[in-house]
Ligand binder design. Structure first.
Ligand SMILES: Cc1cc2nc3c(=O)[nH]c(=O)nc-3n(C[C@H](O)[C@H](O)[C@H](O)COP(=O)(O)OP(=O)(O)OC[C@H]3O[C@@H](n4cnc5c(N)ncnc54)[C@H](O)[C@@H]3O)c2cc1C
Length: 391
């Protein structure tokens, strides 16, 4: 997959362009054939889904918005949102792996990297030859990420990193880590610097894999830095402006998580529709009961609204304008819709929805984390309020 998106969809009586429809069909067909059949296996085993990553890389899905000259597919954020939605509809863990690669991994390099850094790292990432991770959260600092304690100190030609990171997606597979550390915690956000750290560098250890409720194959681990020497040229962006990079990356990341949530919600509706037509009670398909229809309708209406919010955030990003508010609104709403849709899908399945025999229990577990990572729902509300009051 490699093309430049020229046609734009017209306004909000929403019709995707032929290019975007083509991407949607291609990824949907691929995901239902190759990703969906293995999703339960990866959920059970927590194995990093290398087979999925390899196939997605062949299709250009590991570098959707990276320019073609740097090994990417050169497409826009709307195409990226469609890609993440369709992958997550089949396998939410693979969805977040792809989202982190594209947004939190590649975006900071594209936006803040030097020419050398871009040429060295982006083609490897965009071609899926190296997986990326984004290390902001620490055991003591989550929502308040500016209070991080991981230290960086310039010593001659090297920065020296010391500290710990927590909950870092992709860690079991990653070879390139975008790491945030502070020159002095008292400086809060003004002291934060951003680094490109490679797996295997002395003093850098990836910890044990975390057993999580959902997205279990996404390789989440803690990281430890003990006098880890990072070459000076691996500082990303300007010294002391790491927090700006982290927050801008999260704007793009939140569009990806909103897309993941829409994909999970759509999978919940797909399953609920299928099951409600098959399951008979009182000598009728349960889909004929209006109380069941009400659940299906609520899911369908909310998913439609969520997808439009997602597309709007993506289009705003593509326009080059600030899209912080739209990204947070989409992430907040789409994740709520994913949770409600997954709960309704379990309800439509009755007792079978509560068993591992059907995928809806996994969808419920996967949906929950979309309200937590890349900023909890409460943090999205704070961001939206700040942006509203600024206008
Ligand atoms: C599976 C998984 C993968 C992750 N992947 C990554 C990753 O790749 N990279 C990375 O850096 N991080 C990652 N994270 C971390 C994630 O971003 C944090 O868990 C999240 O930001 C919340 O931080 P916390 O867990 O420390 O919760 P806390 O910040 O301790 O929050 C606890 C509760 O308090 C609420 N709260 C906190 N502050 C406020 C406030 N001011 N007002 C109102 N409510 C508030 C929160 O909303 C939440 O409900 C991941 C987490 C998970 C679970």
């Amino acid at each position: 997959m490699s093309q430049t998106m020229t046609e734009k969809p017209s306004g909000f009586c929403f019709e995707l362009s032929e290019d975007h429809k083509m991407v949607q069909k291609m990824v949907r067909d691929f995901a239902s054939e190759h990703l969906a059949p293995r999703a339960a296996h990866y959920d059970r085993t927590c194995e990093f889904p290398w087979e999925n990553v390899k196939k997605m890389a062949e299709l250009g899905l590991m570098g959707v918005t990276v320019p073609e000259e740097l090994g990417g597919a050169g497409m826009d954020s709307l195409a990226y949102s469609i890609v993440i939605e369709e992958i997550s509809r089949a396998c939410a863990a693979t969805g977040v792996i792809t989202a982190v690669q594209n947004s939190l991994g590649e975006y900071p390099l594209m936006a803040f990297g030097t020419e050398e850094q871009k040429k060295k790292y982006l083609p490897l990432m965009a071609r899926g030859e190296k997986i990326a991770a984004y290390a902001l959260t620490e055991p003591g600092s989550g929502s308040d990420s500016a209070s991080m304690q991981t230290r960086c100190e310039l010593q001659g030609d090297h920065w020296v990193l010391n500290g710990q990171k927590n909950w870092i997606t992709n860690s079991t597979g990653a070879e390139i880590f975008i790491v945030y550390a502070t020159k002095d915690p008292d400086l809060k956000h003004k002291g934060i610097c951003c680094f490109i750290v490679e797996k295997g560098w002395e003093g850098f250890t990836v910890g044990k894999h975390e057993e999580t409720l959902g997205v279990r194959a996404s390789g989440t681990c803690g990281l430890t830095f003990e006098n880890c020497k990072v070459p000076r040229e691996n500082l990303l962006g300007v010294e002391g402006e790491g927090f700006k990079i982290a927050m801008q990356a999260l704007d793009t990341g939140r569009v990806g998580i909103a897309a993941q949530a829409v994909g999970i919600a759509q999978a919940a509706l797909d399953n609920a529709l299928r099951y409600s037509k098959e399951r008979q009670q009182f000598k009728k398909a349960i889909s004929e009961f209006q109380l069941v229809q009400e659940m299906l309708v609520q899911m369908a209406v909310e998913i439609d609204a969520a997808r439009l919010m997602l597309y709007r955030a993506a289009l705003k990003r593509d326009s080059g304008e600030k899209f912080t508010k739209e990204a947070s609104m989409a992430k907040l709403y789409c994740s709520e819709v994913a949770m409600r849709a997954a709960l309704n899908a379990v309800q439509v399945h009755g007792g079978y929805g509560y068993s591992k025999e059907y995928p809806v229990e996994r969808l419920l577990r996967d949906a929950k984390v979309t309200q937590i990572y890349e900023g909890t729902s409460e943090i999205q509300k704070l961001v939206i309020a700040r942006e509203l009051l600024r206008d």
